[in-house]
Design a protein around this ligand. Structure first.
Ligand SMILES: [Zn+2]
Length: 164
C-alpha cells in the first residue's frame, strides 16, 4: 500500500522550537503539572508517552526519551527497552479500549525521512482499523479534534496507570 508509512509525514505540523527555546517534547516533558492538557499518558524512568495532537488516526501516540537527543545510535539500552515496553502497553490499551486491529509503529530519523522534529527522537504508534480513512480530513474542525483527543486520553490513561 502506497500510504503505509505516510503517517509520519504529518510531522511537518509539529514544528521545531517554541518560544521557550525548547522543542515541543522537552516543553511537555518539563511541565508535569500540565500532563492532562498535554495528553501525557505515561512517565517512565527514561521515557514518556503522549498523544499526538496532530494525529494521523485516532489514538496515535508517541514515546520519546526524556533526553533531548536526535541520534538514534546513541540511545542507551534502557531507553530502547523502555520505549518498546511503553509502546507495548499502548498497543494493548488501544486493542482493548478501542478495538484497534493493526498498527504502524516507527521512527522518522532525519529531515529527509519526514521528521518534523529531528533533534528529539520519538516513536510513533498509529492504530489501524479495517477500512479506516485518514483521520485528519474527517476531523478538520479543531474543536472536534480536541474533544476526540480528550476522549481517547480518558480511554487509554487507565491502562498506563495500571502498570505503575
Ligand atoms: Zn527535546
Amino acid at each position: 500500500m502506497q500510504r503505509l508509512w505516510a503517517p509520519w509525514r504529518i510531522e511537518y505540523i509539529t514544528r521545531g522550537d517554541l518560544d521557550s527555546g525548547k522543542c515541543f517534547l522537552c516543553e511537555k516533558k518539563d511541565t508535569p503539572q500540565k500532563d492532562e492538557e498535554n495528553f501525557v499518558l505515561y512517565r517512565g524512568k527514561t521515557c514518556f508517552a503522549l498523544l499526538n495532537t496532530y494525529p494521523y488516526n485516532n489514538g496515535h501516540f508517541m514515546v520519546a526519551p526524556y533526553r533531548h537527543i536526535g541520534d538514534f545510535t546513541a540511545l542507551k539500552d534502557e531507553e530502547l527497552l523502555e520505549m518498546m515496553k511503553i509502546a507495548q502497553i499502548g498497543v494493548e490499551a488501544l486493542q482493548k479500549s478501542m478495538g484497534a486491529q493493526g498498527f504502524n509503529i516507527g521512527f522518522n530519523l532525519g529531515r529527509v525521512a519526514g521528521a518534523g522534529l529531528v533533534d528529539h527522537i520519538h516513536l510513533h504508534i498509529v492504530p489501524r482499523w479495517g477500512g479506516d480513512t485518514n483521520f485528519m480530513p474527517v476531523l478538520g474542525d479543531t474543536k472536534v479534534l480536541s474533544e476526540a483527543l480528550e476522549r481517547t486520553y480518558e480511554r487509554l490513561l487507565p491502562y498506563f496507570k495500571g502498570i505503575l
